[in-house]
Ligand binder design. Structure first.
Ligand code: UDX
Length: 457
């Protein structure tokens, strides 16, 4: 893979880009990876960011960071109701963001600002960009298919699929194959109307934007990309997977435990199941204990990320039974946060039990690791359905967390023929990743298109 950053570092930079990530790990990572890709293409980079979950600027000495006030109270600065958090940020950030951008526009006259690149969730930025006559390009941090499902909420409400009824969960949604009603990407929040409103504003302001960048690629989401192009007649740039362009700096908000790698070094090739549910998902004590016994009973070595605060009612792993800890002292390694991309690339890892956040899904595909899927909310449900039923590179735990089903599923993934076939398919998919990133590949050409598009402003 060519290293895009090095050869061009010395060149004179003529245009500056302003990037604005949503302050959640799964959104910060792709935005900073995109920033590195565009920096390697000769653009100067300024990152505007909230105080809440601010990125580690010292990891990016070649970028400029501009903090703005997010106005969040101590209780609001929490990810327990993400819809509420994102709704408040879309209100609180308007004035500080406008003031910051106005100042940057007046300060950067020798190196003119070409455009704004915002996470699509920050829908308020379109009005700000319009008022300052600055083009706004969107980054969508999710899959194209899951976005289309979100964009279909008005139709799904009209047809009665939403709000979801327990009796309909297993029914197909013919308008969005292969999704079932249970896969519709809703998020728990105190008032569902706010969620529908947020989604509608995101879609509306995406349509008004100058273009959309996706961390996906043509061969992975061909049909969804065709549909999005019909629905959004603006330039679409599927340039992913971002993290494969060049080695990126770490944008992790938590400290990644290096013991994962030394522990993996002692395990047999493809023997380990890696377990992580990302930066937001949480579970209750019963689910936690079922997960633990399912892992222990599978008799496979496991590397398990238990993020502090991700088990309701406890700080970390206090609720694990002593008997479990005695049973697995040799077989298992539990950490608070892992260097996930390195873990997935390690030869000892043979399977990934994931919540199917889009970054985790793409990272798993890129390292040829088949998945056991346990989606929790939003786009994760759509991603998991595509993993199990479209790309067929994993399987789902369809009936919640129960130790017997977990044990059987881990065995199926790790040692049975089914799992082997999933691995063969993910290896084939990875070949398509490699092709898309070659000089004449679809993602690389799309990136060229994006660079020319930005330079045309
Ligand atoms: C959120 C949403 O939940 C997800 O559905 C959406 O697609 C993006 O935003 P999150 O739940 O954190 O993200 O999941 P994911 O998209 O997988 O992002 C997690 C990131 O954290 C990945 O890049 C992963 O490599 C990293 N990670 C995860 C670590 O560095 N260490 C870990 O231990 C676990």
């Amino acid at each position: 893979m060519e290293n895009l950053r090095e050869p061009q570092i010395q060149q004179k930079r003529s245009r500056r880009l302003i990037l604005f990530p949503v302050p959640l790990q799964g959104h910060i990572n792709p935005m900073l990876q995109l920033a590195e890709i565009l920096y390697s293409r000769g653009f100067s980079i300024t990152i505007i960011h909230t105080h809440f979950n601010s990125p580690t600027s010292s990891n990016y000495p070649y970028f400029t960071f501009e903090p703005i006030s997010d106005g969040l109270s101590t209780t609001q600065a929490s990810t327990s109701d993400i819809v509420a958090l994102l709704t408040i940020l879309n209100v609180n950030c308007v004035t500080p963001f406008r003031e910051c951008l106005t100042r940057l526009l007046s300060e950067n006259q020798e190196e003119p600002i070409a455009c704004l690149i915002c996470d699509g969730i920050f829908h308020f930025t379109q009005a700000v960009a319009d008022s300052l006559k600055l083009p706004r390009i969107i980054l969508r941090a999710t899959s194209v298919a899951s976005f289309l499902a979100l964009h279909s909420f008005p139709l799904l409400l009209q047809k009665g699929y939403l709000p979801k009824q327990d009796s309909q969960l297993e029914e197909p949604v013919p308008e969005l194959p292969p999704l079932k009603v249970k896969d519709i990407p809703v998020m728990a929040t105190h008032d569902p109307k706010i969620m529908y409103q947020l989604v509608a504003s995101i879609s509306k302001e995406m349509k008004a934007s100058s273009g959309i960048i996706w961390n996906s690629f043509e061969d992975l989401e061909q049909f969804a990309l065709t549909a999005v192009r019909q629905e959004f007649p603006i330039p679409i740039f599927p340039i992913g997977p971002f993290h494969k362009y060049s080695p990126a700096s770490s944008s992790s908000l938590l400290i990644q435990d290096p013991s994962c790698i030394s522990w993996l070094d002692k395990q047999a090739p493809r023997s380990v199941i890696y377990v992580s549910f990302g930066s937001l998902a949480a579970m209750n004590e019963t689910e936690f204990v079922e997960t633990a016994w399912g892992l222990a009973n599978s008799k496979r070595p496991f590397l398990w990320v238990v993020r502090p605060g991700s088990i309701y009612g406890s700080d970390w792993i206090e609720q694990l039974p002593h008997l479990f800890l005695e049973n697995v002292s040799e077989k298992g390694h539990i950490v608070k946060w892992a260097p996930q991309k390195e873990v997935l690339a390690h030869p000892a890892v043979g399977g990934f039990w994931t919540h199917n956040g889009w970054n985790s899904t793409v990272e798993s595909i890129c390292e040829e690791v088949p998945m056991l899927c346990r989606p929790c909310f939003a786009d994760q449900m759509v991603n998991a359905r595509y993993v199990s039923h479209v790309w067929r590179i994993g399987m789902q735990l369809e009936n919640g967390l129960e130790r017997g089903e977990i044990e059987r599923s881990i065995r199926r993934l790790m040692v049975e023929k089914d799992g082997e076939e999933m691995r063969e398919r993910v290896i084939k998919l990875k070949e398509k990743v490699d092709l898309s990133l070659r000089k004449d590949g679809s993602s690389c050409k799309s990136l060229e298109g994006l660079v020319s598009f930005i330079l045309s402003f």
